[in-house]
Design a protein around this ligand. Structure first.
Ligand code: E4P
Length: 217
């Protein structure tokens, strides 16, 4: 399973990259705004900087919602760096844009996926990734993990190349359950990735080993 970090924060991207487990980065307009990035030039420069820091696929989301505008914007984003993946919303014009970019060999990530039918349409249109939003479904008392399972079954039935990129991750348990189901990728905040490290028996075991090692000095 690939690990992407879900942030536009450069320090956190560096930290995950340094850990040696990072396969890519996802961003969205809200995450960019959180970092105070605004204006076209600043946005494009920020994506370039992320591409210099992190290896792997870097999702850059279009801000427009019409087919023509998404094509123009997506081509501009894709031209920034070979690792850029154009992130397109799951709307009717978005499906058409996915097909356009797929025909041109430009990678895409279809975002705001909340149903198996949406994922199926995006895969049919040739999306490289679909992003089902687990946490936001859980937030409204709908089982987000069930959606990952449904999409896994459908994609396996027809051997779609489209990868399931589990998004809106809220906890290390989301990551573990995605791995059990067979999501291809999880994109997670740094905190949930680092929480995978933690176990009290590791801490107490290490404390004992360190104490005993001192006795051998
Ligand atoms: C990633 O591609 C999504 O934009 C992101 O995971 C959404 O997460 P949120 O529901 O925590 O905003």
């Amino acid at each position: 399973m690939k690990f992407f970090i879900d942030t536009a924060n450069l320090e956190q991207i560096k930290e995950a990259q340094d850990l040696g487990i990072l396969d890519g980065v996802t961003t969205n307009p809200s995450l960019m705004a959180k970092e105070g990035i605004s204006g076209k030039e600043a946005i494009l420069n920020h994506y370039k900087t992320i591409c210099e820091i992190a290896d792997g696929d870097i999702s850059a989301e279009v801000l427009s919602t019409t087919y023509e505008e998404m094509i123009k914007e997506g081509e501009e984003l894709a031209a920034l760096h070979p690792n850029i993946v154009v992130k397109i919303p799951m709307i009717k014009d978005g499906v058409k844009a996915l097909k356009y970019f797929s025909n041109k060999g430009i990678k895409t990530n279809c975002t705001l996926i909340f149903s198996a039918g949406q994922a199926l349409l995006a895969a049919k249109a040739g999306a490289t990734y679909v992003s089902p939003f687990l946490g936001r479904l859980d937030d409204i008392s709908v089982d987000g993990m069930n959606l990952i399972e449904e999409i896994r079954i459908i994609f396996d039935n027809y051997m779609f190349d489209t990868e399931i990129l589990a998004a809106s991750i809220r906890s290390p348990m989301h990551i573990i359950n995605c791995a059990k189901i067979g999501a291809d990728v999880v994109t997670s905040p740094l905190a949930s990735i680092l929480n995978l490290l933690k176990h009290p028996l590791t801490d107490s075991g290490l404390a004992q080993f360190v104490a005993d090692a001192k006795k051998m000095d």
